[in-house]
Design a protein around this ligand. Structure first.
Ligand code: SF4
Ligand code: SF4
Length: 348
């Protein structure tokens, strides 16, 4: 049955759709920046959009920027009385512009659900993240050709998962079947580029049924298993070739660690939030010089343990990994997190 929430979007209409949407929203789409690299960038007429592959980096930066100013401050000192200090603070605006992420993948959308569990659902809501998240509409393309590094089905999601998306697109002949998941998605369907989907619903259904990505990892009991291995030499063995470059965390749609620093010049400064990485020695280095995680084995244990043990234990079973495979593809020494999890199950 065709409902108003299901429409057809011709591939040739996408540039004009994005241009029109750009009059009301900030619009991001996957853009080819080199022969091997596709990144989400703000859409401009004439750029080459790539919708048939996963982007090199996830869409995370659009809602959780790599660097953002939280506030600016100025000190005024009374020259007659140096103990007298006046502090003026100007907080960064917490309102965000309406934004569209066009051409995400189900794993990208699921990545934001992991962020939501930490930044919007707990007792300490992050107003900067929350505002951008609420103002963002995510248009997701189902993955008809998963890559051999994809393992989303092993972590509770999949190539046709709708969680975290507002509108989903199924690739079919000459375009996409578009289905609204939320009110924000329905709003987009009002655009004239979306037309009647008469006689295309069955083709889309067949396309979805034809997508095969078997679950390849048995994660049953893995949160407890990783805790059992906490004090063993397992982590030294599996992390031996890691060079602590941090690529796996920077390219991960679910890594949300950050640092806050005051960048001052004279009596003025800014408080800035910047992505951080638990794979770096400095991440846990304390002002006293003590470092509770001084070795890369301990740091790698934290990365895997956080995603597959601490996060599901603390957030109602939600695994802190969306199975996108980017850490596998981009690791310069080919450390494969799937293999580490398999070995963890079999170890000892
Ligand atoms: S840990 Fe690796 S596979 Fe999992 S979400 Fe992060 S980058 Fe993707
Ligand atoms: S990308 Fe590979 S080498 Fe770099 S920190 Fe991650 S696991 Fe280590």
């Amino acid at each position: 049955m065709v409902t108003p929430e299901v429409r057809f979007l011709a591939a040739e209409k996408i540039p004009t759709l994005l241009k029109r949407l750009g009059e009301r929203y900030r619009v991001f789409a996957p853009v080819k920046v080199s022969e091997t690299t596709v990144l989400f960038q703000e859409y401009r007429e004439g750029v080459q959009i790539v919708l048939d592959r996963q982007t090199t980096a996830p869409a995370k930066e659009i809602i959780f920027p790599q660097t953002e100013r939280l506030l600016s401050y100025t000190y005024r000192k009374d020259p007659e009385d140096p103990q007298k200090i006046e502090l003026q603070v100007e907080e960064a605006p917490q309102s965000a512009p309406r934004t569209i992420i066009f051409g995400a993948r189900p794993c990208d959308a699921r990545g934001f659900r992991v962020f939501d569990s930490v930044f919007t659902a707990g007792p300490y809501e992050d107003p900067y993240y929350s505002s951008r998240r609420q103002q963002t509409t995510i248009v997701t393309i189902f993955c008809t050709q998963p890559q051999n590094t994809c393992f989303c089905t092993s972590v509770g999601t999949g190539p046709t998962d709708t969680e975290g998306s507002d509108l989903v697109l199924t690739p079919i002949t000459e375009g996409y079947l578009a289905e609204a998941i939320t009110e924000k998605g329905k709003e987009l369907l009002q655009d004239e580029a979306f037309v009647s989907a008469q006689e295309r619903v069955e083709e889309a259904q067949r396309a979805k049924e034809g997508i095969k990505l078997e679950s390849e990892l048995d994660l049953e009991g893995i949160p407890q298993r990783l805790m059992e291995l906490f004090s063993t030499d397992f982590w030294e063995r599996v992390s031996a070739k890691c060079i602590s470059c941090g690529a796996c965390t920077y390219l991960c749609p679910t890594c949300y660690c950050f640092n806050i620093t005051d960048e001052a010049a004279g009596l003025e400064g800014e408080r800035v939030r910047t992505w951080d990485s638990c794979m770096f020695y400095q991440y846990t280095l304390e002002a006293s010089g003590h470092n509770p995680r001084p070795t890369k084995a301990e740091r790698y244990r934290n990365r895997v343990g956080h995603k597959f043990s601490y996060h599901p234990i603390n957030y109602e079973g939600m695994i802190g990994c969306c199975g996108c495979g980017r850490c596998i593809k981009s690791c310069p020494v080919s450390l494969d997190i799937r293999q580490v999890l398999r070995e963890a199950k079999a170890y000892g």
